[in-house]
Design a binder for this molecule. Structure first.
Ligand SMILES: [Mn+2]
Length: 324
């Protein structure tokens, strides 16, 4: 069987697609179209006939695989770990868990879920190198980094590959080639590639520049911090607020991509004791859903088209993060 794979265009989505590709090839199946997707597609995604109607590639469509992205009833295969996976009540009712359709928000990464589901449901014997990939995707997608510093300095090979993923978001051919490579090669080998090394080095340099910007412009509002990067070329550093202010509970960051503002909210993953317990009831994914976005308990995002609406969203979100 030949499929088309629609996967979230981040490291977890790409890694999920790589694991799926290795599994399919082991059965003599394959993927014809690799289609990275982002949440700005959500409106089109609500169309029941999305897979027949979209213009993401030309020509005939194969059965769809959807990974690390919301549920669609037209998907032949669907694995996701976002608790906000159902965008329509009727779709939620329609969903039946089976060998090829699974939602499990307990998994830190969709890569891990895909790997485990394919092993358990089909008796697949994955190549040994995927153990390391799964481990790192849990770290990266689940924000289980050792420290904020680790995410800024990017010393480990897996994090250098992550820099390459971030740097090739808008490069379709590099994205597709990367997924295929990830299905075949261990992370350590990929990190040694010239293009990856160059991008990792550039990212390390950018991060230091970004850190200097955060130092100057980050606002702390009670337990939350806010950085507005929308008018800048500064790359967003998700964990820099906690590097600079280890006691801050939440970080809100505003960026702009094309005509859309991207509002990301995250919780400090390194809090201990009393601080960790504070406002533990804020589910960021659910909070962001009010603004058309989604996410997990500890991280979420939404896309907004007007500056006014972004301001209103920030004014509504910051008090909630402060327990009001
Ligand atoms: Mn994911």
């Amino acid at each position: 069987m030949i499929y088309d794979a629609y996967f979230h265009n981040d490291f977890d989505g790409r890694a999920s697609a790589a694991v799926m590709l290795a599994f399919l090839r082991s059965r003599g199946d394959d993927i014809a179209h690799f289609v990275p997707v982002n949440f700005d597609l959500t409106k089109q995604w609500l169309d029941d006939r999305f897979f027949a109607r979209h213009a993401l590639f030309k020509g005939p469509r194969n059965p769809a695989i959807v990974l690390d992205f919301p549920y669609h009833p037209g998907a032949a295969i669907w694995f996701d770990h976002h608790p906000t996976a159902f965008k329509k009540e009727e779709w939620k009712k329609k969903f039946r868990k089976d060998k090829f359709h699974r939602l499990d928000p307990e998994y830190l990464s969709n890569c891990h879920l895909t790997y485990t589901a394919l092993k358990e449901n089909f008796g697949w014997k994955p190549p040994a190198r995927f153990k390391d990939l799964v481990k790192w995707l849990d770290v990266i997608d689940g924000a289980r980094f050792v420290s904020a510093e680790q995410t800024i300095m990017l010393k480990e090979p897996a994090l250098q590959v992550m820099a390459y993923v971030d740097g090739t978001e808008d490069d379709l051919s590099a994205t597709v080639a990367f997924v295929k490579l990830l299905a075949e090669e261990p992370l350590g080998e990929i990190a040694e590639l010239k293009a990856v090394k160059a991008m990792a080095k550039a990212a390390q340099k950018e991060n230091l520049k970004g850190l200097a910007y955060y130092r100057k412009h980050l606002k702390v509002i009670g337990d939350a911090s806010l950085i507005d990067l929308s008018g800048t070329e500064i790359s967003s550093l998700r964990f820099a607020p906690y590097y600079l202010h280890p006691g801050v509970l939440y970080a809100v960051r505003l960026t702009k991509k094309g005509k859309f503002y991207h509002l990301g909210v995250g919780a400090n993953p390194w809090l201990k004791g009393a601080l960790r317990k504070k406002h533990a009831d804020v589910h960021i994914g659910e909070l962001m859903r009010k603004f058309g976005g989604g996410g997990h308990k500890n991280a979420g995002a939404c896309e907004i088209s007007s500056k006014r609406a972004v301001r209103a969203a920030i004014d509504a979100i910051v008090p909630v993060l402060n327990g009001k």
